[in-house]
Design a protein around this ligand. Structure first.
Ligand SMILES: C[S@@+](CC[C@H](N)C(=O)[O-])C[C@H]1O[C@@H](n2cnc3c(N)ncnc32)[C@H](O)[C@@H]1O
Length: 303
């Protein structure tokens, strides 16, 4: 599954950063079967909330970038109904397979799922009323290049809704740090451009990408694990898998023991562990009209 993911990712429309994308695609291929299946509701409520804020209308045409197993896609599909359509794309072949199978199981003929790269989504300009991107744009190596391309896919006045994480729970950061220390390989190139870290930088990035009416809201979302095994399973069921997969199998028991030792100090009196997260929901729109360069009157933005 790993090689298939990497191979597919390298063949996608945007060849830049192919190696990074191959690592991400492979990790999500490896986590897809357990994604949101480990006993805590994490992405489902966040996806539902993003779609609620995006407010898809009956009959609208929606693109869902990085659809994963459909936690934004299926709420959007319900909202637009069979007169509308939802297209989901993802870098991970296994995610695409599982999401498409679920759409078929639900009998949703107006849902289509395919392999695709959010860095450069391959669709005609001005094709969608709404584009959603649930917890994915921060995986895109150069979001400042990708977002203007995303904007161009919206009809004039069309909406964009994306989610990202606010400051992480320190336990999660520490878990990632421990795994990083156990990995064998050259240090990761740290990209100093961190546009998702504050509301101001997110707003500026979207404004620079051609969006207007940019609004960011926050939702606190806590999940409780009965024990440390539950937390570990959860880390491996989503983007945390990228770091787990960087540790050689023979080093993993030691890495896991270090993570458990750290987590033990944060347990509640009943032995449970709480992960506290802050999700940020950003909504924006492509301008419906533009002022003529001469300053007289307005015109539709050309597609
Ligand atoms: C955290 S999951 C979110 C999935 C879904 N949107 C949700 O809310 O549950 C991130 C997803 O983005 C996908 N992904 C990562 N980089 C991507 C890219 N460049 N283009 C498309 N999908 C990507 C991953 O394969 C994964 O399915």
């Amino acid at each position: 599954m790993t090689d298939a993911g990497g191979g597919h990712a390298a063949q996608l429309s945007d060849p830049e950063h192919a190696e990074t994308k191959a690592i991400i695609a492979a990790a999500f291929d490896n986590s897809a079967d357990s994604y949101e299946q480990v006993g805590v509701e994490f992405f489902a409520p966040l996806g539902a909330e993003l779609v609620r804020r995006a407010a898809p209308q009956p009959g609208e045409h929606v693109l869902d970038l990085g659809c994963g197993r459909g936690h934004c896609l299926f709420p959007a599909a319900e909202a637009v109904g069979s007169r509308g359509s939802v297209t989901g794309t993802d870098l991970s072949p296994r995610m695409v397979q599982l999401c498409a199978a679920e759409a078929a199981r639900r009998g949703l003929a107006h849902v289509h799922v395919e392999l695709g790269d959010a860095s450069d989504p391959a669709f005609p300009a001005a094709n969608f009323d709404l584009i959603t991107a649930g917890m994915v744009m921060f995986f895109v190596p150069e979001p400042r290049k990708a977002l203007p391309r995303v904007a161009a896919l919206l009809r004039p006045g069309g909406r964009f809704a994306m989610s990202s994480f606010g400051p992480s729970d320190p336990k999660f950061d520490e878990t990632m740090g421990i795994l990083y220390r156990h990995r064998i390989g050259p240090p990761w190139e740290d990209n100093p451009d961190k546009p998702f870290t504050t509301h101001e930088t997110i707003t500026a990035m979207l404004a620079d990408s051609g969006f207007v009416d940019i609004e960011i809201t926050e939702m606190q979302h806590d999940i409780v694990f009965a024990d440390l095994d539950g937390y570990w399973a959860w880390v491996g069921s989503h983007g945390g898998r990228i770091m787990i997969d960087q540790v050689r199998p023979e080093h993993l028991p030691a890495a896991r023991a270090d993570v458990y030792a750290m987590l033990s100090e944060h347990r509640e009196p009943d032995g449970s562990l709480i992960h506290r997260s802050r999700a940020w929901f950003t909504t924006a729109r492509r301008p419906p009209v533009t002022t003529h360069p001469g300053g007289k009157g307005t015109a539709r933005v050309p597609a």
